[in-house]
Design a protein around this ligand. Structure first.
Ligand SMILES: [Zn+2]
Length: 196
């Protein structure tokens, strides 16, 4: 059971982890809290955006789309390895997923393959949207992967979580395929190394 990090502590934790941080507009007060609960938090979900162009991508994650209001994540990690903070509070990123997966994340066990949409992920997870076309061919520059590792590690360190608390959207629900182009196991290995 973890209380969500404050906006100020979030910035500090990211900077302490060596991340390059950009605060976007009114991100500290930008959330979907009026739509449902936020917290307790149990982990971090990693996504790809299916977009290209960093400025437009960050705007999309902040503003959302006609059918899905923003913020679409707490942070947007662009190709150059910058962590743009886009929301604080409940965000539209994880959607519904599998409570067996949530239990595994809480226990820091390997997650089972998801097969049901019975749990509100936006309540329990931080989310990072990462700029990539998600076609399996668009490269993931190492600056970007390193920034994802730093961003996830910052939250893990703050909450006393291990790398098992970081999952890909595809591990939360079988309705999603992101992130594509690297494996979550290799990302978790890098996060675990960082947290050592
Ligand atoms: Zn996603």
């Amino acid at each position: 059971m973890a209380t969500p990090i404050t906006a100020t502590a979030f910035v500090r934790a990211l900077e302490k982890e060596g991340a390059r941080v950009e605060e976007v507009r009114d991100w500290r007060n930008h959330n979907r809290n009026q739509q449902g609960p936020w917290g307790p938090v149990h982990g971090v979900v990693i996504h790809h955006t299916v977009t290209s162009g960093s400025a437009a991508t960050v705007d999309l994650i902040y503003d959302g789309r006609q059918d899905l209001p923003g913020p679409l994540a707490h942070g947007c990690v662009t190709k150059d390895g910058t962590v743009h903070l886009t929301g604080h509070g409940r965000a539209n990123h994880a959607g519904s997923g599998d409570d067996d997966v949530l239990r595994a994340v809480v226990a820091e066990r390997a997650t089972p393959p998801p097969h049901q949409q019975n749990t509100d992920g936006n309540r329990y997870f931080y989310g990072f949207e990462c700029e990539n076309l998600g076609d399996g061919e668009d490269p993931w520059p190492d600056e970007q992967l390193a920034a994802i590792v730093r961003a996830a590690a910052a939250l893990c360190r703050h909450h006393g979580w291990g790398a098992r608390s970081v999952i890909g959207h595809l591990e939360w629900t079988d309705q999603k395929s992101d992130p594509r182009g690297f494996t979550m196991d290799t990302l978790r290995e890098r996060i675990a190394e960082r947290l050592e």
